[in-house]
Design a protein. Structure first.
Length: 235
């Protein structure tokens, strides 16, 4: 049963069509990898799911509820949380205040418990709560961004480029967090250039090429057919 269901998604950036009729499903507790070369339309798909850019056509449903016309904040409150590319957090604020800002979507009485819950998932952040966001390493910033997404207990977590610019040890730690989140029933859509990482933790995979779905199926099957990714990345 799909928690996130995308049908016939079309996206334009300015006058240019960049996503053409994409279908996509993510189930509860399932990790789905969305792969493809730069310019394939992955980030545009993420932004459209989040409500950050308009969808030209198509439907996006979360637990059967249509997300069309909702603002990015409303999409997040509905249960679809996005970790955008580039470790985007409020650099002038402390880690604690970054988490508090994310928890504003929750009733005040629930915010402290939600922050304590994510610090249990990412205990590395507990000792840095008073540290300004701008002073963190790239890996620490990514941890804060993931914690911000998890603080609202999303139904589906979308991560755009989990490993970008990070050391292998940090990437392994973040992959463990993703797997632990899925084990708790969170659906995960993982957009990732490091295909070995993505296919190592995903149950299913989709390959985008020039804004179209070039392949979709079991992640293990894609690992055994590297020519599919080779053809996609080389165009």
């Amino acid at each position: 049963m799909s928690v996130l269901q995308v049908r016939g998604l079309h996206v334009k950036r300015g006058a240019k069509a960049v996503v053409h009729g994409v279908d996509l499903d993510v189930g509860a507790g399932e990790i789905v990898a969305l792969l493809g070369p730069n310019g394939a339309g992955k980030s545009s798909t993420v932004l459209a799911l989040a409500g950050a850019i308009p969808r030209a056509q198509g439907s996006v449903k979360l637990d059967g509820v249509a997300l069309q016309g909702l603002s990015a904040d409303a999409v997040r409150r509905a249960g679809l949380a996005i970790v955008p590319e580039g470790h985007q957090l409020l650099g002038a604020l402390s880690v604690r205040d970054n988490l508090r800002a994310a928890a504003l979507a929750l009733p005040r009485r629930d915010a402290d418990a939600a922050i304590a819950r994510v610090l249990g998932i990412l205990p590395e952040l507990a000792e840095r709560l008073d540290q300004p966001g701008r002073s963190l390493s790239g890996g620490q910033k990514q941890m804060v961004c993931i914690a911000q997404a998890l603080v609202v207990a999303p139904k589906v977590l979308v991560i755009d480029e989990l490993s970008l610019g990070l050391a292998p040890l940090v990437v392994r730690r973040l992959a463990d967090v993703v797997k632990a989140s899925a084990a708790q029933g969170v659906g995960v859509l993982l957009i990732e250039q490091f295909t070995t990482l993505a296919l190592g933790i995903a149950a299913r995979a989709c390959v985008l090429q020039r804004g179209r779905m070039a392949w979709s199926g079991d992640a293990g099957a894609l690992r055994e057919r590297p020519e599919i990714l080779h053809d996609s990345y080389l165009g």
